[in-house]
Design a protein around this ligand. Structure first.
Ligand SMILES: [Zn+2]
Ligand SMILES: [Zn+2]
Length: 158
């Protein structure tokens, strides 16, 4: 009874050193990501800043003004600044992916600082009572752009 000779495994003749491109993470630095899961965001809406965010914002603005005052020409009248930003004129942008997006109607409103959206428990709504926008955002329409086209373009060609 002959012992079956082990068949040698085929040696790989192609070395596996093919360079593989590094995987690009879905959330690249700088790109907005979903507040709920961290993947790339596709929608966003606004909410009021929290007390901490507002304090930070006011401190940043104050520092900017202090620097302007330092750089200002002492021979000139000191630059005048308006009031520091308040929660009423400041909003924060909240980003979400497609599966964590709130409804379009809700996204067109400004949410409270304590709003936890995007939160799967409340989707497609949220747990705050959003406020209506003070004024409807008006697109700055450049209606002169069309009339600058040559007549042959607007008439479909001669
Ligand atoms: Zn998400
Ligand atoms: Zn909300």
């Amino acid at each position: 009874m002959a012992t079956p000779s082990p068949s040698p495994l085929p040696a790989p003749d192609v070395p596996d050193d093919t360079p593989t491109p590094p995987q690009t993470p879905a959330a690249t630095t700088g790109a907005p990501v979903c507040a709920a899961c961290g993947i790339e965001a596709v929608v966003h809406w606004r909410r009021r800043p929290t007390d901490g965010e507002l304090t930070e914002l006011a401190a940043t603005e104050q520092a900017r003004r202090d620097e302007l005052l330092l750089l200002a020409d002492p021979q000139q009248p000191a630059p005048q600044f308006g009031p520091l930003p308040t929660a009423d004129d400041t909003t924060r942008t909240v980003y979400a992916c497609a599966s964590h997006a709130i409804g379009l109607d809700a996204a067109s409103l400004i949410h409270q600082a304590a709003c936890s959206a995007p939160n799967e428990k409340h989707l497609p709504g949220c747990d705050c009572t959003p406020e209506a926008l003070p004024t409807a955002p008006t697109e700055e329409s450049d209606d002169g752009s069309l009339s600058r086209l040559p007549a042959s373009w607007t008439n479909g060609g001669a």
